[in-house]
Design a protein around this ligand. Structure first.
Ligand code: ZN
Ligand code: ZN
Length: 239
């Protein structure tokens, strides 16, 4: 009934029918497979051996570049039309996920602080994990990693500040993390990656409890553009 009174319309151009009309969907630009550390091309988004340091992830796969079109989708999903836009967003990425190696994996939603979850009424990364899990029959581990502090929004900070802002803000359920070793790899799911500081920090705390050869990867829907020593407030997502 509601959708008859308020029909879906394109978040960008207001065309009736879809949250992002076919024409505007074409403005979502696919990312090239790159290493998230040095940003140059790399096979299947793997981090180059020479770029890996002790906290970096083996790979961070992304789908689209974060632009105004992506921003409209993410903001609407997080703050306005949680279920409908969530399902729509998933329908857009569903096919692309088929090529992603998720065999014997476990999904871990990037944690939000409990105050943020209360404010929004849900965790966007958890909901996205549930959609992926249902479709591809991959387990999700939710109560495994927590954000201790409701830290400053990363979007307002520069590169160095971002690293400091996430330092030691996560804690884990150690016994549950140890249990992850029964899977081949853990895939942390997030909506947008910019510098990767948050993911590195999560990787650091997970690695304290799993065997050294256990793989921690990430899947992020959008890839933000971020130059060192610069804050790009306007286009970043809030967390
Ligand atoms: Zn449109
Ligand atoms: Zn590299």
């Amino acid at each position: 009934m509601l959708h008859i009174l308020f029909p879906k319309e394109c978040l960008i151009c207001s065309k009736i029918g879809l949250w992002l009309c076919k024409k505007c969907q074409k403005k979502l630009v696919q990312t090239l497979p790159t290493c998230y550390i040095c940003k140059s091309l790399s096979n299947k988004y793997c981090t180059h051996n020479g770029c890996l340091d002790k906290n970096s992830l083996n790979k961070i796969t992304t789908i689209w570049k974060y632009n105004e079109y992506g921003k409209s989708l993410i903001h609407s999903y997080k703050y306005k039309h949680r279920f409908q836009v969530g399902d729509f967003l998933f329908s857009l990425i569903e096919d692309k996920l088929k090529t992603f190696d998720m065999k014997d994996s476990v999904l871990i939603p990037l944690p939000s602080h409990k105050m943020k979850i209360l404010e929004r009424g849900f965790s966007p990364t958890e909901s996205m994990c549930e959609l992926i899990s249902e479709k591809y029959k991959i387990p999700v581990e939710k109560e495994i990693i927590f954000k201790k502090q409701n830290n400053t929004n990363q979007a307002s900070l520069n590169y160095t500040e971002r690293e400091k802002n996430v330092l030691n803000i996560f804690e884990t359920e150690k016994d549950r993390v140890k249990n992850l070793a029964k899977y081949k790899q853990a895939i942390i799911v997030d909506d947008i990656i910019t510098t990767g500081s948050t993911l590195n920090e999560i990787n650091k705390v997970l690695k304290e409890c799993v065997p050294e050869d256990f793989n921690v990867n990430a899947l992020c829907i959008f890839q933000g553009i971020f130059r060192k020593n610069e804050s790009q407030k306007s286009l970043q997502s809030d967390r």
